[in-house]
Design a protein around this ligand. Structure first.
Ligand code: KIV
Length: 272
């Protein structure tokens, strides 16, 4: 599929853009990616938010988890993505144990923003509220990440669906509300039952970005390796868009289309 050599995004995407899109009931698209050419292509294909995720530890660097990822590796990839993409909102992950205290978070979030990110993402629930407030009060937008939080994989006992059962679901709901109240600008919901994804989305003013969280979240995020069929044992919530599209821009455009039309995720990609 051909794609224009210009941006498909009319204006720079900001935290206000994605909040307005939620208010208008318009879905936005997020892709986790790690380099300049893919970042440029995402912009040309209309991807509103690019996430330089610490998933790069597994997708690019060959680790078994995201735990070994360092600040230096994150900075290297955020700088590359920022060079390639001028209009999407760039979100950068703070890696494992770089935000264990609010003060440490401030130092490391500053580095991520100075590398070219427009927003930082941190994994955790209500315990992070003080950190979120510390960052947002100082002008650093925060996306919180709850549900399956890969940096806690050993505490969770594996990459497993979270929020099943009333007690766990209630806790995730409380986490989401606390993080919003603390000033978060968006929340990633990873691997939670679709009903919980909807309940949290319906009760927040800020947008939710789902990955394995059902069709009702305000946005979807997938990792570029999964979109392009590069993952040997892909997660249930992902989809290889390359196989039908035939080329990389086609795959990205199909993903953008399917999210916006509410066709992705389908029933095969959600958890009950
Ligand atoms: O690191 C990452 O890419 C992520 C997404 C999978 C949400 O956190």
């Amino acid at each position: 599929m051909a794609y224009a050599d210009t941006s498909a995004l009319e204006k720079n995407v900001t935290v206000l853009t994605i909040r307005k899109m939620k208010q208008a009931g318009e879905k936005f698209v997020t892709v986790a990616l790690y380099d300049a050419p893919m970042a440029a292509m995402a912009e040309k294909c209309g991807v509103e938010v690019v996430l330089v995720g610490d998933s790069l530890g597994m997708t690019v660097l060959g680790y078994d988890s995201t735990i070994p990822v360092t600040m230096e590796q994150m900075i290297y990839h955020i700088e590359a993505v920022a060079r390639g993409n001028k209009k999407s909102l760039i979100m950068g992950d703070l890696p494992f144990m770089t935000y264990a205290t609010p003060e440490q978070a401030l130092v490391n979030a500053t580095r991520v923003m100075q590398a070219g990110a427009h927003m930082v993402k941190i994994e955790g629930g209500a315990w992070l509220a003080e950190t979120v407030q510390m960052l947002t009060d100082r002008g650093i937008p925060v996306c919180a990440h709850i549900g399956l939080t890969p940096q806690s994989v050993h505490k969770l006992g594996g990459f497993r669906v979270q929020g099943r059962g009333d007690e766990q679901a209630k806790q995730l709901y409380i986490d989401a509300k606390s993080l919003e109240e603390a000033g978060a600008d968006a929340i990633v919901l990873e691997c939670v039952p679709a009903t919980l994804g909807k309940q949290i989305t319906d009760n927040l003013e800020i947008p939710t970005i789902g990955i394995g969280a059902g069709i009702e979240t305000d946005a979807q995020v997938l990792v570029i390796n999964d979109i392009l069929g590069l993952t040997p044992n892909p997660p249930k919530f992902s989809k290889n868009f390359l196989v039908e599209a035939g080329d990389i821009p086609g795959a990205l455009k199909q993903y953008v289309h399917d999210v916006k039309q509410g066709v992705f995720p389908g029933s095969d990609q959600i958890f009950e």
